[in-house]
Ligand binder design. Structure first.
Ligand SMILES: [Zn+2]
Length: 405
């Protein structure tokens, strides 16, 4: 069954056109695995901290019962994520006990990112370590078929074994909120079918911004925190991660900061409203503003050179973007109360100038009674979205609302 959003009234004409041009109805193929054992994460953490260990050793370190350890380890061995690597005969009594360890070469999760001028794929093992990754940049906005072919080519280059029994799932990151398109008619439906057929694993589709936010949150190391992540690329997206879990909201729209109104009157947004942050801070909006000041760029990659050259027209453009982001952040942080705000985007990736312009604006606007939330660039590279898509599959507290159930 595919979850269908109840927010169709929010669909734009553009999104309706995308849906109308898409491939046929999608079905869920392959059997979906049963959820991970609720204590599995604790056992994995013990494996992460050491090498081979017996089941008795796992019980001793975790404090879990022998039967729980047996249930967890048996499943992991059956899946191929954990293997028997030796025997412990030290006690000299009875038959030797097996020593088990995580098979670091076993593919556990695949992440795919279809956004932002490139396709990226990443393969992770049980510990979330990268086994292999590939990317291919592309010009403009290739159609669904071209992107589909690109992903298949990249997956081929990963040189995965034809048998992937330990694979628990695949995360597929797309541009914009997945909740806004009808999954059964969405442009990525054909790719989902192909992936499910090839890997016999569930595919979790969501906005790549949400996946990137998840990866950034985990990369911080301290998961007992709240991260608000804002990404300004072709569109402006946002996501909230609390205590190691993505906040989806009722309809998968939590954190969609790009459609907060920041200018009044403002330009018409593709969501149908006007003055949204996206009309100010997305890369197309920035390039358009620069163009109106006589700076014509052929691609976002040329932003870096403009920021370095600091032409006089740049200041006004940057200040408009900074004011827009600052207004949205003051609203969002008041509601979300995050520990940190992570900002990524073509402008931020190119230079610190935008961050340095935003920080004092936010500090001025929040007032004395609210804390100033630390605002920083992302910790991860361009693979954040793909990595997060795979980590969502691995993480024991992944979102409860999958598009496929
Ligand atoms: Zn909007």
């Amino acid at each position: 069954m595919i979850r269908v959003s109840s927010r169709q009234d929010f669909c734009t004409r553009e999104m309706e056109e995308i849906a109308a041009s898409s491939v046929g109805p999608m079905s869920t193929t392959g059997s979906l695995p049963t959820p991970a054992h609720p204590r599995e994460a604790e056992v994995i953490e013990v494996f992460r901290g050491g090498g081979a260990i017996t089941r008795a050793g796992l019980a001793e370190v975790t404090g879990l019962s022998r039967s729980t350890i047996s249930a967890v380890v048996t499943r992991l061995v059956d899946e191929g994520a954990v293997k028997v690597v030796g025997h412990d005969e030290r006690d000299g009594r009875g038959r030797p006990t097996e020593q088990v360890a995580v098979d670091r070469a076993a593919l556990r999760a695949l992440g795919i990112d279809l956004a932002h001028g490139a396709a990226r794929v990443v393969a992770l093992n049980t510990f979330g370590e990268v086994l292999a990754s590939r990317q291919a940049e592309h010009e403009g906005s290739p159609g669904a078929r071209r992107r589909h072919e690109l992903v298949e080519r990249l997956l081929g280059e990963l040189d995965l074994s034809s048998a992937t029994p330990a694979l628990r799932g695949i995360g597929l990151g797309i541009s914009g909120p997945a909740a806004l398109t009808r999954p059964e008619r969405a442009p990525w439906s054909g790719l989902v079918e192909t992936l499910q057929a090839r890997f016999a694993a569930p595919v979790h589709v969501d906005n790549t911004t949400r996946f990137a936010a998840f990866a950034e949150h985990l990369a911080a190391g301290d998961n007992g925190r709240t991260t608000l992540h804002v990404r300004c690329y072709q569109g402006v997206g946002g996501a909230i991660v609390r205590d190691g879990a993505l906040d989806l909201g009722a309809d998968g729209m939590a954190g969609e900061i790009g459609h907060l109104p920041v200018e009044m009157p403002g330009m018409t947004c593709r969501c149908g409203r006007s003055g949204c942050l996206e009309t100010v801070a997305s890369t197309p909006a920035v390039l358009s503003a620069l163009r109106s000041h006589g700076i014509v760029l052929r691609s976002p990659a040329e932003l870096r050179a403009v920021l370095e050259a600091r032409p006089p027209q740049l200041r006004g453009v940057l200040e408009r973007v900074a004011h827009g982001i600052a207004r949205a952040l003051v609203l969002a942080t008041t509601i979300v109360d995050p520990d940190e705000v992570i900002l990524t985007g073509d402008l931020v990736d190119a230079d610190d100038a935008l961050l340095e312009t935003i920080r004092p604006l936010v500090a001025e606007s929040v007032g004395e009674r609210f804390p100033v939330i630390p605002l920083d660039r992302g910790r991860l590279d361009a693979f954040a979205g793909a990595t997060g898509a795979a980590l969502v599959v691995l993480h024991p507290r992944r979102p409860g609302k999958d598009l496929f159930a």
